[in-house]
Ligand binder design. Sequence first.
Ligand code: XMP
Length: 317
Amino acid sequence: NFTPNAFVGEMVAELKEKLQNDKVVLGLSGGVDSTVAAVLLHQAIGKNLYCIFVNNGLLRKNEFENVLDQYKHMGLNVKGVDASSRFLDELADISDPETKRKIIGRVFIEVFDDESHLLEDVKWLAQGTIYPDVIESVSVKGPSATIKSHHNVGGLPDYMKLKIVEPLRMLFKDEVRRVGATLGIDAELLGRHPFPGPGLSIRILGDITLEKVRILQEVDAVFIDGLKSWGLYDKVWQAGAILLPVNSVGVMGDERTYEKVVALRAVESTDGMTADWVHLPYDFLMKVSNDIINKVKGVNRVVYDISSKPPATIEWE
Ligand code: XMP
């Protein structure tokens, strides 16, 4: 039986012993896993933990600014790096999902590497890898079995020459949340839905432009804020919006429109390996659909994804 208190005590002691006076660098993503890993490490080694939070331009609306502020309030030694245009430039005209992931993974490593070179004498790279990440990576056995290459696992170029420390690699998501609560991390932050490393890039089907990112950020914000104000957010394991690469005909006043379609996705799950679509109330779906179409320029149709995993996946790419 997992006891978060005991885990924290033992892990902090283990980290102290392992890391001594070494400097450690960690990439914060805004998610639960990297945040819990950071706070745990901060308890063990204090100011020797250097956190880097990269804006890849594919985060949720206002996420970079808001989360960076939260990290600072938590006392973490964190540097925010806005690399949005670097990522978006590299992603121009790319439609293939795995290529998107690879580019984002590579650019992230480049940005992160540049930043960690500014720090002197760093010995370790800390990561918020959790058990399901480990399993999914290990189970990938070749091109035909490759489902999705999760860029936040394992892949580090040799030139970084850092040793890896992953304090959460034996934990499931719910255990990570319980550890986070024991560490005194804000409940709202701990209750955040998982969000993929490649961010909105894999929810924009096809090629990515700044305009598409803007549209999807607005749609996503209406959906997520709606879930929160209707008290539904915590009943859902993960939710988000997908921008489809098709236009459909609509009508606005006397005018015919020909605009984007978005899909909403909300799933129940325990670890993301399997998932069921959530039976969100019709009244909620009606309200959120109207709000999206009225507020977000460029969208004239909203659909709701009623597929479960398997055989569908949670993300559309
Ligand atoms: P799928 O779409 O495979 O998603 O059912 C399962 C969980 O994994 C997340 N996901 C990713 N996370 N990098 C990540 O960090 C990725 O490339 C990636 N692809 C999917 C997805 O959001 C869901 O929580």
